[in-house]
Write a protein that binds this ligand. Structure first.
Ligand SMILES: *Cc1c(COP(=O)(O)O)cnc(C)c1O
Length: 231
């Protein structure tokens, strides 16, 4: 990648500001997660040194060396599919789990958090379009799921997350809008102890549309952190 990290941060901030202006939002309500899954410990350290505080990783195997070196600096987000047997590795290390999509995982997160005397922030992952993506709950299944996990007091259900299936950002707009409308509907039903304020949606190719539709967390790898050769 020819640009520097500082240049990419400035460009992404500018694009976030513009998306907020277009949609009448306050850019302080939009948080950026730097997705470091494609880069080394050194590059992740540079990301943290640049002032970005939220780090996203999608697999523990890839994150482990980075977390061990840098875990005390910043806030760590687990954004990928989480196998139940990996909960023990990520609990207490990742403050946010973006991929809660089944009861067995919720129960294991509760068990491990309780055993460690911790709480964990979770996003319920939703497959809004009902196509392509392997993971995430069907929107119709989310109300019952929230009812099932209400007793799991170690989980702070902060909001909903989705992965958009399309390459064309304008085709993803209805997906992002659907996630926002679902969150608002669920809040109206009062299914969580606190209303869900957060929406984790938008990646490198579609974050501006996601922001226009209400994203509060965008997950940016390629456009922000870049890729490293051989990784
Ligand atoms: C890799 C990844 C991202 C970032 O992808 P880019 O398109 O490189 O920005 C965001 N969210 C999830 C869940 C990912 O796995």
């Amino acid at each position: 990648m020819s640009s520097t990290l500082q240049e990419r941060i400035a460009e992404v901030s500018r694009r976030i500001e513009h998306a907020c202006l277009r949609s009448g939002r306050d850019s302080r309500d939009v948080h950026t997660i730097a997705v470091t899954k494609y880069v080394s410990v050194e590059a992740t350290s540079a990301v943290l040194a640049s002032g970005l505080v939220n780090i996203g990783e999608n697999r523990w195997q890839v994150a482990e060396s980075k977390w061990k070196a840098l875990g005390s600096r910043g806030t760590w987000h687990f954004i990928g599919h989480l196998q139940t047997n990996k909960v023990k590795d990520v609990i207490g290390k990742f403050q946010y789990i973006h991929s809660l999509d089944r009861l067995s995982l919720a129960k294991e997160l509760q068990r491990k958090a309780e055993a460690s005397g911790l709480y964990v922030n979770v996003f319920v992952q939703v497959n809004v379009s009902g196509e392509e993506s392997k993971y995430g709950l069907h929107p119709d299944k989310v109300p019952d799921f929230l009812r099932e996990i209400t007793g799991l007091d170690r989980l702070k259900i902060v909001g909903l997350m989705t992965m958009a299936p399309h390459e064309d950002p304008e085709l993803t707009r209805p997906v992002f809008r659907g996630l926002r409308e679902l969150r608002d509907k669920l809040n109206g039903m009062g299914l969580t102890p606190e209303p869900m304020t957060e929406l984790s949606m938008g990646m490198s190719n579609d974050f501006e549309v996601a922001i226009e539709e209400g994203a509060t967390w965008v997950r940016l790898g390629t456009v922000l952190v870049g890729h490293e050769e051989g990784s």
